[in-house]
Design a protein around this ligand. Sequence first.
Ligand SMILES: [Zn+2]
Ligand SMILES: [Zn+2]
Ligand SMILES: [Zn+2]
Length: 1008
Amino acid sequence: MSTEAATLALKKTINLPKTKFGQKANLPQSEPARLKKWADMNLYQQIREARAGAEQFILHDGPPYANADIHLGTAMNKILKDLIVKSRTMLGYDAPYVPGYDCHGLPIELHVERKLGEKKANMPPLSIRRACREFAANALKRQTRDFQRLGILGEWDNPYITMSDHYEAETARLFARFVERGFVYKGARPVYWCIHDQTALAEAEVEYRQHKSPSVYVKFPLAIDPALIDPALAGRKVFVLIWTTTPWTLPANLGIAVHPDFEYVAFERGSEVYIVAAELLDAVVEMCARGELEMSLRQQESENRFAIAEVSKPKILARFPGARLDRLECRHPWIDRPSLLMVGEHVTLGGEADAESELDVKEARGKATTSKAGTGCVHTAPGHGHDDFVIGKKYGLEIYCPVDNAGKFTPEVEHFAGLNVFAANPKIVDFMRERGVLLFSEEYDHRYPHCWRCKNPVIFRATPQWFIAMDQTGNSDVERDEDGRDRSNFTSNFTDGEILDGATLRAMALREVDERVKWIPAWGRERMRNMLKGRPDWCVSRQRVWGVPIPAFYCRRCNDVVADPEIIRHVADIFEKESADAWYKREASELLPDRFTCRKCEGNEFTKETDILDVWFDSGSSSIAVLESRDNLHWPADVYIEGGDQFRGWFNSSLMVGLAVHDRAPYDTVLTHGWTLDAQGKAMHKSLGNAVSPEEVITKLGAEVLRLWCVSSDYMEDMRCSDEILQRVTDGYRKLRNTARFALGNLDGFDPFRDSVREEEMLEIDRWALAELDSAIADVRAAYETYDFHLVYQRLHQFCTVTLSARYFDIIKDRLYTFAPRNPARRSAQTALYKIADALARMLAPILVFTADEIWESLPQDSESALLSVHVAMLPETRGVDNTELLNAWAHLFGYRDLVLAKLEEARIAKLIGSSLEARVEISAGSHAYEHLGRHLDDLRYVLIVSQVDLLEPNAEIDEDEVNVTVTRAHGEKCERCWNYSTRVGESSRYPTVCERCVLALAEIERN
Ligand SMILES: [Zn+2]
Ligand SMILES: [Zn+2]
Ligand SMILES: [Zn+2]
């Protein structure tokens, strides 16, 4: 054999990696192909069959609103759900996933209205509903396509749709259930009202934004003899001072509330006497001074009397508890009617009473630190505020609301009739100033509720609405909440159904939140508690057409309302066959049972309610309408996961429905995820140009990158995204992919059945790799169990880059490439690699759904991988052996390795060596270190990736755990085949250019 021929042959004897698993992923192209494959093999169904009979795990999907294409937040939400479903499936559960769509409601109706323009006015509700239905169906189709593109598996051909006939019927039936339980009433009370969209809004439909309002201090003259309060006030002109930031509600003022236990003072200011809370006196006096200064500046040209404001100490004429003012009377500052003094516990010294709105925990905390404002005497307009309403009812005041649907004053409001309330604000301020009833006014910047849809500020306005009572037990007349407030039902209550041991919805809800539901993160409990404690009765009626109509009737003769559970169920059965459109298609008589007559007057003609149900009632019905209606699901759900906005929204409405039907929460665990933000932590907006579009990411980088981004940081916090962040995620993806590729490439020709080496016969370092794999598996399983997906990623990333890439793979390369293919030592490494690649595919599968499946396909076949997709497989399990000693020993060894690698790097920089194989390492070790290294003497050159290691006799002058490392050039010649240096190159006449190891390997290859 000539030298030249031998050289060629040598190259061919190297086991180079070979795999169809490419270095480049080409995700944008390969993902759709794999999706098609999954669809063709009906993968979702295969998973169902594989898990049939296993314990069920139900993640119930919060339905996205079907009115627009998906954005990054929706994509993240759905991917997180998929991560939960897939990881539970691979943990062995039967975890079906039924996606849902929320289809009714204002945004779609408004969109359709805009499209119809003028035409809309003349269109019957049915035509508008048809257009809405079509619009929602289209949006739903596009969303389905996009969600599937993200690799999310589920019953996409059979989702739940809130506008389906069955769902609409179920929604109506659940309303019947609330009626039956005695939770429903109709009455006038203040609700959030959008004057732009002209509809009531739910708590979840308002959002707090900064808003500038006029802050005014107004004088209400006392209408009784002030000596009744204190003899010192006899004969004085006394005023009660109120403070408000909504001057437009002053025309509706019917009273003033004070706290019964606070101390109030009457102080002298010029010729007048003012009453305020003692604690706020100084602040009010300052306002008086500023008001007078302002007034004098206005009048400066004519007079100059008040050039300097007087902030001198006020003269206090009397001190008394607020209780002494109870039921005394003031006059309205400009309208000829009384304003009643009342006492209420809701009065605070912190400015505006917030009880009418749920503020975030965070916000409430921030609020507590703001300075005190107000006077301790609260302007009360029962038609325009929750607390005002409650105290107004208690004192028998009218629920007076002289503002129409469009937010304009009704004709009875003198001076301001026809004016929009916000436009009226400055005019009312000027008017009061002219009248001399305004003490001071300034611009006030505060958090104010705005409509979630049109972003305009909303108002609080009393209108006749349908409510679900939070504090109603069924038949008792007056209920008080824990603050002693009257929350009584004040109109007819349509129950003669059962009453559950006096438990109110609020009490039951708080019990479930505290005792049953697990909140992740744990602050969810406090947040839900706070939301529930403060929320008023749930206003479930909307003055719209795109939704489930409230199935109630009115007697034409006596106007009695018919909202009877049996009748509602009768109507629901019609919806089941004809959809809720039947409400608009049929006459009342065709919706009511035959020969139905009014229970009061026996009249037989009825009209239909025109309001529809709040869309949150629809989506809140899903747990019953879906989980209980489908055979393959169960109620309650194991998990709900949504963004933090759903505490007021879906988490809440679902809880109410669960309580009404089964007296318990519809979920065992509630997870909350954060928001998607840009790299600077700002919200994403198309207009700001900082929005990351999922579609663009998918076409440029692949859905896989988006999925990996979802686990790149803790989703329970806010998630930042930008091109740069996605680039980092892509780099992370490459590392995982390259790790898998190395393993797969070196499994070429390996048959796990035939070639696997029994563990006790494996090389120690290969057993160490399996021990490390065990540790990774344990961590990953635990992180999947607790939904800490970012920990899965961090652990796998560390395992791939540090344990495998930087250590294990580096060390076994020589063995894999240069040993005879079937050499037991090589088979030992391959056995480890096979187990690693197999486990990696499974552990990555919930996250990298496409790539893990590709790894799975590229694995050498064995009985398990006969499963057609990794998604049918289970997560790997640890071998259940104690690896501690092995892991400790090698951790120790790798400590020494790091020292040596540093020395080798120095030698490389000093140009002493090029590659580390050109090095010989001389180690002088302390006794302990010597013992340790000596035990792995044969492995050392491989572990250190050098040609020669010389471990000197233990050195007593070196600390027992320390080593001294000297690097020199390796002795001998470079082996042409394995590039190691050896003094024995040339010994073989047959292969004169190779080392003694290669001579043996070549002989082995020739034998086979
Ligand atoms: Zn609006
Ligand atoms: Zn009647
Ligand atoms: Zn060699």
